[in-house]
Ligand binder design. Structure first.
Ligand SMILES: *Cc1c(COP(=O)(O)O)cnc(C)c1O
Length: 435
């Protein structure tokens, strides 16, 4: 596989962009490769500047539930552009979008649009703190909530790969209010509540963790958080930036039947344009300026192009909710295929699958929290990764990321991926036998 054009671009890119990329995971550093540069993508396929076409399981890291540029969503966007790209005054489509979000999530009454998942979680926490008059927040090891200061503590995604649990540039004074508990471990949460009585403003959690591979939150764990937060007057925030409109139309909240006080959105609600949102009960959301005193604003928030794509995406999902079953069936088929390959080869690695999220962990036994994830052999993942890429399968380039399936992935795509998986695992086996 030739990557010479990507290589030339990369050489140029590093001169002007730190590491040559605008987000660390795009560097492919965790798998010992150089970044590829995309040329175009359609459906389940991405083609790089060297003309290599891959079955794409990065899918922009989550936004593209229906694949790349589905006609039904992108058509008509030229007309939106022709009417203006941003106004800085309110538009009708923002109302329609807010209504769609609120109707999909019974737990929330009102919603505010922002421009990214990072902004959504950062703003939700500010509101929760304003609402409770408390400073402390509680998050979980391995959960990633974007890159705002207070949340960049033992988070997942690139920070796991690059071993920067707490980033330089984040003052201790800021993170001293951030408490960190163990995922799927209610006892660790109880202990922190006990030690910080009446001080915790919010608990923020990924109900299905998607930034330390893929780990399903246990229902009892999430229900336990709900009960504890109600009892302690703490705001329970579900970060559904990945799971929102992916796991079900009503997200993980619907899937688990657990109602949070606030929800953060991103990714799918923008269908590939930069969008985020946070919502909650009226009582909480009415804290937000201009009717409340908690300040939060945005020059491009509710941008007409982003609203157009997002709204069409949600409307399409709303009227085709069987897509979630279809996606889950595909993911299960992929998972079963991987498991069968592992068994055939006598390997005992773990595959986690929730909805349309799949992760093959290079570790044995159950993977239920960050400590489990840390057992993974990233060297084996790298061997596996390179072979998969050679076979035309584009996986997220790090062990600690899940595969994102889309409705555009065909049965043939899944079969080709299972076949490539066998060959890549064979390489891993040969390597293991040699050492
Ligand atoms: C991606 C992600 C974010 C951050 O969203 P950005 O749009 O990248 O700022 C927050 N929370 C979760 C769970 C995410 O996966």
């Amino acid at each position: 596989m030739n990557h010479s054009k990507s290589s030339i671009l990369y050489e140029e890119a590093v001169k002007y962009i730190p590491g040559g990329v605008n987000s660390p995971v795009r560097a492919f550093k965790a798998v010992g490769l150089e970044p590829i540069f995309a040329d175009y993508a359609e459906g389940s396929r991405l083609t790089d500047v060297d003309g290599n076409t891959y079955i794409d399981y990065i899918c922009s890291w989550g936004p593209l539930l229906l694949g790349h540029s589905p006609k039904a969503i992108v058509e008509g966007i030229e007309e939106v552009v022709a009417k203006g790209t941003s106004y800085g005054v309110a538009t009708a489509i923002e109302v329609e979008m807010a209504k769609l979000l609120v109707e999909a999530y019974s737990a929330i009454d009102k919603v505010r649009m922002v421009n990214s998942g990072t902004e959504a979680t950062m703003s939700a926490l500010r509101v929760a703190r304003g609402y409770t008059g408390r400073n402390k927040i509680l998050k979980f090891e391995g959960c990633y909530h974007g890159h705002s200061d207070a949340l960049l503590v033992q988070s997942g995604s690139g920070t796991l790969t690059y071993g920067v649990p707490t980033s330089p540039g984040v003052p201790e004074d800021v993170v001293k209010h951030t408490l960190v508990a163990r995922y799927n471990d209610l006892a660790s949460v109880h202990a922190l509540f006990e030690a910080n009585k009446g001080e915790i403003a919010a608990v923020i959690v990924e109900p299905i963790a998607g930034n330390m591979g893929v780990i399903e939150g246990k229902k009892a764990f999430l229900q336990g958080l709900r009960e504890l937060c109600s009892k302690e007057g703490t705001v329970l925030i579900f970060d559904e930036v990945i799971t929102g409109f992916r796991i079900a139309y009503g997200g993980a909240s619907e899937y688990f039947g657990v109602a949070p006080d606030m929800v953060c959105f991103g990714k799918i609600i923008g269908a590939g344009l930069p969008v985020g949102a946070y919502g909650g009960k009226s009582e909480i959301m009415d804290m937000v300026s201009p009717i409340g005193t908690v300040y939060q604003a945005g020059t491009l928030s509710g941008n007409p192009l982003a609203m157009y794509m997002g709204k069409k995406n949600l409307e399409l999902l709303k009227t085709n909710q069987e897509v979630y079953k279809v996606l889950a069936t595909k993911a299960t088929k992929l998972t079963e295929g991987f498991k069968a390959n592992l068994e055939k080869l006598g390997l005992e690695f773990t595959v986690n699958c929730v909805g349309s999220l799949v992760c093959l962990f290079f570790a044995n036994g159950r993977i239920e929290n960050y400590d489990d994830v840390k057992r993974c052999d990233t060297e084996l993942f790298t061997i596996y990764y390179k072979k998969m890429m050679e076979k035309g399968i584009l996986l997220p380039p790090a062990q600690f990321e899940g595969m994102f399936l889309s409705a555009a992935h065909s049965d043939e795509d899944i079969e080709a991926t299972i076949k490539a998986n066998y060959e890549a695992l064979e390489m891993v086996k040969i390597y293991l036998e040699r050492i």
